[in-house]
Design a protein around this ligand. Structure first.
Ligand code: ZN
Ligand code: ZN
Ligand code: ZN
Length: 151
């Protein structure tokens, strides 16, 4: 067959399958030729190809992220990864705020901010500084006052 011998074939970068392009088989939107498999003439749906999104900025901190079918959480959601190091993105700006037990102010904990005894330090949600609880202070002042009064 003359047509076959003139066929331009190439190997898929990802799985090595022998592919060719047909001028008549183009993608609807991009009008790009779709790789077809030599032999079956079927569209090559690459088994090795993992879908990866275009980079997008994190809505909270602006760091460049992407998602891929390779990294999904247990619930089946794609995990945002840092384009810089391919690690799951732990957003500095998206944290879990809880009200302080003593004063009700919003605080949060940071895995990297630990006290001397290795406990997580409560931080102010507003500025990220260690939470200097006014209620706890008041209590301390009271006990201190009592001590001086009676001792
Ligand atoms: Zn392939
Ligand atoms: Zn972020
Ligand atoms: Zn407090």
């Amino acid at each position: 067959m003359l047509a076959d011998s003139m066929l331009y074939t190439f190997n898929c970068d990802e799985c090595g399958a022998e592919l060719f392009l047909d001028y008549n088989v183009v993608a609807e939107k991009s009008k790009k030729r779709i790789p077809l498999e030599v032999g079956s003439n079927e569209k090559h749906d690459c088994p090795a190809h993992v879908w990866t999104s275009a980079p997008f900025p994190c809505r909270s901190c602006g760091v460049e992220l992407y998602v891929t079918d390779e990294e999904v959480s247990k619930s089946g959601k794609r995990i945002p990864l840092n384009t810089a190091n391919d690690e799951p993105h732990k957003c500095v700006n998206r944290r879990f705020n809880i009200p302080c037990r003593n004063c009700g102010e919003k605080i949060y904990f940071d895995d990297t901010k630990l006290s001397k005894n290795g406990k997580k330090v409560p931080l102010d949600a507003s500025d990220g500084n260690p939470h200097d609880c006014p209620q706890q202070k008041a209590r301390k002042d009271m006990s201190f006052g009592r001590k001086t009064m009676f001792g």
